[in-house]
Design a protein around this ligand. Structure first.
Ligand code: 5GP
Ligand code: ZN
Length: 114
């Protein structure tokens, strides 16, 4: 499959990995939008948030991933807060079609998003 994140997960393309276990990979974004900017990526290929089918496997995986955010934020020393973003589809400006969550921190964020 021609998926850049699957290739990173398979070790075929290098990445600056900050956390890995059997279900998720976390690595630094190539074009960081904040002093701390990592991508939290499920190892199983899921195209987007909109491709989740509500199965128990999907719910378990996403629950697991969300439960890990606090730990990853702690590892990155984001004690002053952070933002978790999931871009979905064309209007959401998703550019890589493999589900991922941006974890951004170490600067003041603004609202509304662009
Ligand atoms: P999206 O726009 O789909 O929400 O996020 C995709 C993110 O992946 C972008 O922030 C982009 O900088 C990042 N990205 C794209 N290709 C690579 C890559 O090969 N390596 C890394 N580390 N990040 C990538
Ligand atoms: Zn993939």
């Amino acid at each position: 499959m021609d998926c850049i994140f699957c290739k990173i997960i398979a070790g075929e393309i290098p990445a600056d990995v900050v956390y890995e276990d059997d279900q998720i990979l976390v690595f630094r974004d190539l074009a960081p939008q904040a002093p701390a900017h990592v991508l939290i990526v499920p190892k199983r290929h899921i195209a987007s948030l909109d491709a989740l089918d509500g199965s128990s496997e999907d719910r378990e995986l996403l629950g697991y991933l969300m439960g890990k955010v606090r730990e990853i934020a702690g590892q990155l020393e984001l004690s002053e807060g952070y933002r978790l973003v999931c871009n979905c589809g064309e209007y959401g400006q998703q550019t890589v079609q493999h589900l991922h969550f941006h974890l951004l921190g170490k600067r003041q964020m603004a609202w509304p998003p662009g």
